[in-house]
Write a protein that binds this ligand. Structure first.
Ligand code: FES
Length: 159
């Protein structure tokens, strides 16, 4: 190999080594961008759990008071998937309407107040009627109502 050819090989090696750190930085930057995007994604019910969830035999749902039921749903937040118990209220007095137990203000769990016959949020004192309509407090919306159906004698909600 002539001296001129050796010099060309050295220059190619130097130019490759000078570009290598940029390539490594590019890969690290892309990985961090993907991780940041995933961690900022909203907490959602995973696709695997989207569908209908049973709340039990419709024949056993009766009475004047809301009935609290718990369902397990898979939630996804960033990289992680977790199974969480979610409470809902079935309203036998109102044609088995089903309400979320999450306050639309800042997400605290609401409770049924048997004395006033209303739902209330203990965090900032929002009150909702026995059908979930907003009455007072900082919550700007009614309680969320689930889509329901009866399938093979079971009351189901769409999650
Ligand atoms: S979270 Fe319910 S009133 Fe604020």
């Amino acid at each position: 190999m002539s001296n001129k050819e050796k010099e060309i090989v050295r220059k190619d090696r130097r130019s490759f080594l000078s570009v290598l750190p940029l390539g490594v930085l590019g890969v690290v930057g892309a990985s961090l961008t993907i991780a940041a995007k995933r961690s900022l994604e909203p907490h959602t019910v995973a696709a695997a759990d989207e569908g209908w969830k049973s709340l039990g035999d419709v024949a056993e749902i009766a009475g004047e008071e809301p009935i609290e039921k718990t369902i397990a749903v898979t939630c996804r937040s960033g990289w992680s998937k977790t199974v969480e118990d979610v409470s809902v209220y079935v309203l036998p007095k109102h044609d088995n309407k089903v309400l979320s137990s999450v306050c639309p203000h800042e997400g605290c769990p609401i409770v049924w107040d048997a004395d006033s016959k209303n739902f209330l949020c203990p965090c900032h004192d929002s009150f909702f009627s026995d059908e979930g309509q907003r009455l007072t407090g900082p919550a700007a919306k009614d309680l969320t109502e689930y889509e329901t159906r009866v399938e093979n004698g079971k009351l189901q909600i769409k999650v």
